[in-house]
Ligand binder design. Structure first.
Ligand code: PHE
Length: 333
């Protein structure tokens, strides 16, 4: 019989073949066991011992072979190439409104504006009364504003972030140079062109000798940084209770370059924000001497600016979080 210790096998099947060859009922070791009967009585003791040793050596050898193969399989499984690149994790993208908001921050930040924030749930004073809204102004109506409670005082969702300007003027002394980003709420039916909430960035600058020319230069710089160096601006007289004089600002349509196209309805201009010189009544309501200080303010909708930049046709896309829409802005940043 072959030397048991020298047996080798490289697959589980070969081990099994060896087991069958030596240890099965018809195997070689079993055959020797069967021959044991014919061994003379005086040799039985010695042969018996030898046979038992042989059987346990063969059993142990086969078990050892089986085990080493199993170890090999484990090792093969553990043989992971750590230098291989893993499958790529799907990355999120920045929301288009955040991209544009950050750009607005950068532009005004470069002019020395700092960011001021305030609560979305506000009282009548900070949203309306301090800002010179007359008692019968339509914004104070349920049709336009979401009221949370109406007594003992009006608590409501802010309709603009001018409330943050009031809060800042109440607590800080000029010079004040802030932009106020945030979500605002208006009671509008949701459609492609209107939503019951949107985002604003309003600005306020108060100091000695602040003039309308300063406002115009600041907004021209903003428009050119945001929409390109060839952008022109146009100010049209308007009305807001908290500014006097007030204006609305248009930029030259950056799609047709001002020639007139369906986007600007043939006018060559698109409206982007409201602005004006802070009404002295507002300064006084916040404890700032309107004889010593003047200021300007402006306010824009982030959705509107984003629409102009990226031509998003349906406002609802901004709040649906459809990743297919959001991924379109990967390239933007
Ligand atoms: N608060 C105005 C609005 O919500 C925007 C604005 C701000 C206009 C400051 C003029 C000055 O529409």
């Amino acid at each position: 019989m072959a030397d048991i210790q020298a047996l080798t096998a490289s697959t589980a099947e070969e081990v099994e073949q060896l087991r069958i060859k030596y240890l099965s009922k018809k195997g070689e070791v079993s055959a020797l066991m069967n021959d044991f009967r014919s061994v003379p009585a005086e040799m039985k003791r010695e042969m018996g011992q030898k046979l038992n040793e042989l059987k346990s050596a063969a059993t142990a050898k086969i078990a050892a072979l089986r085990e080493s193969l199993a170890d090999g399989a484990e090792a093969a499984k553990a043989d992971i190439d750590l230098t291989r690149t893993s499958t790529q994790m799907p990355l999120g993208t920045r929301h288009p409104l955040s991209i544009v908001k950050n750009e607005i921050f950068q532009i005004f930040g470069a002019m020395g504006f700092t960011i001021a924030e305030g609560p979305e749930i506000e009282d009548d004073w900070h949203v309306f009364s301090s800002l010179n809204f007359p008692p019968d102004h339509p914004a104070r109506d349920m049709q336009d504003t979401f009221f949370i409670s109406r007594s003992p005082q009006d608590i409501l969702l802010r309709t603009h972030t001018s409330s943050v300007q009031t809060r800042t003027m109440e607590t800080q002394r000029p010079p004040i140079r802030i932009i106020c980003p945030g979500r605002v709420y208006r009671n509008e039916a949701i459609s492609a062109r209107a939503h019951c909430f949107f985002h604003q960035v309003e600005g306020l600058y108060i100091d000695r000798n602040v003039s309308f020319a300063d406002l115009k230069q600041c907004l021209l710089y903003f428009a050119r940084e945001m929409f390109g160096p060839d952008t022109k601006i146009r100010l049209r007289p308007s009305y807001f209770p908290f500014t006097e004089p007030s204006a609305e600002m248009d930029i030259s349509c950056h799609i047709c370059g001002g020639k007139g196209c369906p986007f600007c309805k043939g006018t060559g201009w698109v409206e982007i924000l409201g602005c004006g010189m802070v009404d002295p009544n507002v300064l006084e309501a916040c404890g700032i001497d309107s004889k010593e200080f003047t200021g300007y303010a402006f306010g824009m909708g982030v959705e509107r600016i984003t629409n102009l930049k990226y031509r998003v046709k349906d406002l609802r896309m901004f709040s649906e979080n459809d990743v297919r829409f959001l991924h379109e802005f990967d390239a933007a940043h």
